[in-house]
Design a binder for this molecule. Structure first.
Ligand SMILES: Cc1cc2nc3c(=O)[nH]c(=O)nc-3n(C[C@H](O)[C@H](O)[C@H](O)COP(=O)(O)OP(=O)(O)OC[C@H]3O[C@@H](n4cnc5c(N)ncnc54)[C@H](O)[C@@H]3O)c2cc1C
Length: 420
C-alpha cells in the first residue's frame, strides 16, 4: 500500500513520521508546494523575525532523516488534481508528475485572508504565512521606521512586538473593539491592549480602513501609509507606514478536497474523530480541517495550532494503520509577544464565568474559563504552573472548582478534583 500526503507542513511531516513509527512498510510520499523541506512556522513571527534564529533551526528534520525513514519528500510542486479509480488513485502535480496511491492524506494548511482595499498591490503590503513571506518582511525590516499592523490577532501582535523591540514606530489597527477577540476573553484582550501600549505600540480598536496609500520610488509604487475611513466630521487620517503587515486570519485550503467531492464547509475539510473525511479512503489533518472535539460540545471546530496539527496527524496515521484512535487531545497553544508568554489550554467557547488569578499589573496572571461550573480552558500569561495544572486537569477529565481556584495563593495543581 502507498500513501500520498498532500502538504509538507507540520501535519504532513508528522503524518509521515507516525506512519513509519507505527510500522507502515508501504511507500510514503509527501508533496509540498514550497521549495523547502518541512519547517516550523511559529518562529517566523518570533525568533526568526527578530534575527534570533536562522532557517536551519526551523527545519524539523535533516534530508538524511527522510532518506533513513524511506519517506520521499517532493518539494516545489503543488498537487493540482487527485482522483480515485477503484481502490487506488492518482495525484497530479503542477509539474505534470503523476503519483499513484492506495490512500490519500490531505494536510494543505491554510492561506492568509487578503484585504481587498484600494492599493493592496503596493509594494510593502505584506502577509505572513510561509518562509518566503518572512524573508520578504525581513528584507524590508532594517529600513522600515514605521510599521503598521492590520489585525490584532496573534500573528499581528507578535510582529508588532518584534517591531517595537527593534525600535520602530508601530501602530496596530483592529476592526473589532478588542484584540485577539476570536480566541480569548475581554479580560485577556484588554490586558494585551494595555501591555502593548505600555511598550510604546499604538493600538487602535474599532478601526475602519479606506485604502493603502502609496508613492513611487525607484522600485515602483510602494506603500507609504494606511488611510482610515473619514470620521464623523469628515476628517481623514493617514497613518505613515514603510511596511504594512496584514494579519486578519486564514482560509482553509480545501480546494483539492472539494475537487475530490469531499465534504467541506467554508473551505475547511470535514473529518470525524478518526480524521477520516467523507470518503474513508482519504484522511485529513491540520489547519485545513473542521473536526469534532469533546471539549467543543456539539460544534465542530477548526484549530490553527501546532498541537492540533501534530495530534490530528497522529490520529490520521493510526487510522491508515487500521488502529482507530479517536482524537481527544486537549488543545493547547502559545504566543510570544515581547516578554509576555501567553499559554492557552482547552477551548473557552461558550464559557459562562471566569476566575482571574494573579496580577495583571505585574504581568503574571491567568484567566480560568468555566461552563456550568466545569473548568474548560485557561489563558495564562507568564504563568506556566497554572497553565500546566489546567492542562493536566482537562487531560484527566477533572475539574478545579471555581470557588477554590479564586484564591491565587493556593497552587492550582493542589486543587484538581477527579470527576465532576
Ligand atoms: C507566522 C506564524 C506563527 C505561528 N505561531 C504559532 C504559535 O505560536 N503556536 C501555534 O500553536 N501555532 C502557531 N502557528 C500556526 C501553526 O504553524 C499551524 O497551525 C501549523 O503549521 C498547521 O500545520 P498544517 O500542516 O496544517 O499547515 P502548514 O504548516 O501550513 O502546512 C501546509 C503545507 O501544505 C502546502 N500545500 C497546500 N496545498 C498543497 C498542494 N495542493 N500541493 C502541495 N502542497 C500543498 C502548503 O504550501 C504548506 O507548506 C503559526 C503560524 C504562522 C504562519
Amino acid at each position: 500500500m502507498g500513501v500520498v500526503i498532500v502538504g509538507a507542513g507540520q501535519a504532513g511531516m508528522q503524518l509521515a513520521v507516525s506512519l513509519r513509527e507505527g510500522g507502515f512498510e508501504g511507500d510514503v510520499t509527501i508533496v509540498g508546494q514550497e521549495s523547502y523541506l518541512p519547517y516550523q512556522r511559529p518562529p517566523l513571527s518570533k525568533a526568526f523575525l527578530s534575527g534570533d534564529s536562522d532557517f536551519e533551526s526551523l527545519e524539523f528534520r535533516t534530508p538524511e532523516f527522510y532518506v533513513g525513514k524511506e519517506i520521499t519528500v517532493i518539494t516545489g510542486e503543488q498537487v493540482v488534481d487527485a482522483a480515485f479509480d477503484g481502490d487506488s488513485g492518482t495525484a497530479t502535480t503542477d509539474a505534470g508528475r503523476v503519483l499513484t496511491f492506495d490512500r490519500l492524506a490531505l494536510a494543505p494548511g491554510s492561506t492568509p485572508r487578503k484585504l481587498p482595499l484600494p492599493g493592496a498591490e503596493l509594494d510593502g503590503v505584506l502577509y505572513l504565512r510561509d518562509l518566503e513571506d518572512a524573508l520578504e518582511l525581513k528584507a524590508r525590516w532594517a529600513d522600515a521606521a514605521n510599521v503598521v499592523v492590520i489585525g490584532g490577532g496573534f500573528i499581528g501582535l507578535e510582529v508588532a512586538a518584534a517591531a517595537r523591540k527593534a525600535g520602530k514606530t508601530v501602530t496596530v489597527l483592529e476592526a473589532l473593539d478588542r484584540l485577539i477577540a476570536r480566541a480569548v476573553s475581554p479580560i485577556t484582550s484588554e490586558f494585551y491592549r494595555q501591555a502593548h501600549e505600555r511598550r510604546g505600540t499604538s493600538v487602535r480598536l474599532g478601526v475602519k480602513l479606506e485604502r493603502f496609500v502609496g508613492g513611487d520610488d525607484q522600485v515602483g509604487p510602494r506603500v507609504t501609509g494606511v488611510e482610515l475611513a473619514p470620521d464623523a466630521d469628515g476628517n481623514v487620517e493617514i497613518i505613515p507606514a514603510d511596511i504594512v503587515m496584514v494579519g486578519i486570519g486564514v482560509i482553509a485550503r480545501g480546494d483539492l478536497a472539494a475537487k475530490l467531492g469531499l465534504e467541506t464547509v467554508n473551505g475547511a475539510i470535514v473529518v470525524n474523530e478518526f480524521a477520516e473525511t467523507s470518503d474513508p479512503r482519504v484522511v485529513a489533518a491540520g489547519d485545513a480541517v473542521l473536526l469534532p472535539h469533546p471539549l467543543g460540545g456539539e460544534a465542530q471546530v477548526r484549530l490553527e495550532s501546532v498541537q492540533n496539527a501534530v495530534d490530528q496527524a497522529k490520529v490520521a496515521a493510526a487510522t491508515l494503520l487500521g488502529k482507530r484512535e479517536a482524537y481527544h487531545a486537549v488543545p493547547w497553544f502559545w504566543s510570544d509577544q515581547a516578554d509576555l508568554k501567553l499559554q492557552i489550554a482547552g477551548l473557552s467557547t461558550g464559557f459562562d464565568s471566569t476566575v482571574v488569578r494573579g496580577s495583571q499589573d505585574d504581568e503574571h496572571f491567568s484567566v480560568l474559563y468555566y461552563r456550568d461550573g466545569r473548568l474548560i480552558a485557561i489563558d495564562a500569561v507568564n504563568d506556566p504552573s497554572d497553565y500546566m495544572a489546567v492542562r493536566r486537569a482537562l487531560g484527566a477529565g477533572a475539574n478545579i472548582p471555581a470557588e477554590l481556584a479564586s484564591d491565587s495563593a493556593v497552587a492550582l495543581k493542589t486543587l484538581i478534583t477527579a470527576g465532576s
